[in-house]
Design a binder for this molecule. Structure first.
Ligand code: GRF
Length: 192
């Protein structure tokens, strides 16, 4: 199974996926990593000798033009699966339609709780005693697609957004790697 990963930030989830995919028994291969900005996480792909591209959102007239560039870049690799791992931007519906349901996203909350760009902060602000991590199929909503995997994570006394997010990320990585593996082996069928 060939995989394209899209990121915006540090790419710690990407790093975990790269490490997992390096093992010969892992049934998926990451063929390209893209970002909507010059994300520091691209360095992980470069370290692994994996091609990268950037499609800086602000360089395009609008979301659709940006999405078309992403589509062109991805088309060159024709990946079997697109993984959004810390991509902090909504994809245009046209791009989602082209890849759905072979496009998954990780989210640092127990969806459908706390969707959106600030799931960790929102859980804290809501005084939640537990939150979670989720891997979903991307649809043209916001974190609203079918849930492929999720796990509860406790919110601890004195948690900050940073400490809570750092506790969530390792769980996200484990869930994401397992979901990619199960998609690759056919155990997990992707439905829109
Ligand atoms: C992850 O928690 C992801 O779910 C969220 O942003 C974080 C990205 O972290 N959208 P990283 O870039 O993988 O370190």
């Amino acid at each position: 199974l060939t995989v394209a990963v899209l990121i915006s930030g540090t790419g710690s989830n990407l790093r975990a996926l790269l490490d997992a995919a390096r093992r010969p028994d892992f049934p998926a291969r990451i063929v390209v990593v893209g970002a909507d900005r010059d994300a520091e996480g691209l360095a992980h792909a470069e370290e692994f000798g994996i091609p990268t591209f950037t499609a800086p959102f602000r360089a395009f007239a609008d979301r659709d033009a940006w999405g078309e560039e992403l589509g062109r870049q991805l088309e060159a690799w024709n990946p079997d699966l697109v993984v959004l791992s810390g991509l902090m931007r909504l994809l245009p519906a046209s791009l989602v339609a082209r890849y759905s349901p072979r496009i998954v996203n990780t989210h640092p909350a127990y969806l459908p709780e706390f969707p959106g760009a600030h799931g960790v902060r929102d859980a804290l602000a809501a005084g939640a005693v537990q939150t979670g991590a989720s891997v979903i199929v991307v649809d043209d909503g916001i974190d609203s697609g079918p849930i492929l995997a999720q796990e509860r994570i406790p919110v601890l006394e004195g948690d900050t957004e940073q400490t809570l997010h750092e506790r969530i990320k390792p769980v996200e990585r484990r869930l994401l790697i397992d979901v990619v593996r199960r998609i690759a082996t056919g155990e997990l069928a992707l439905t829109p």
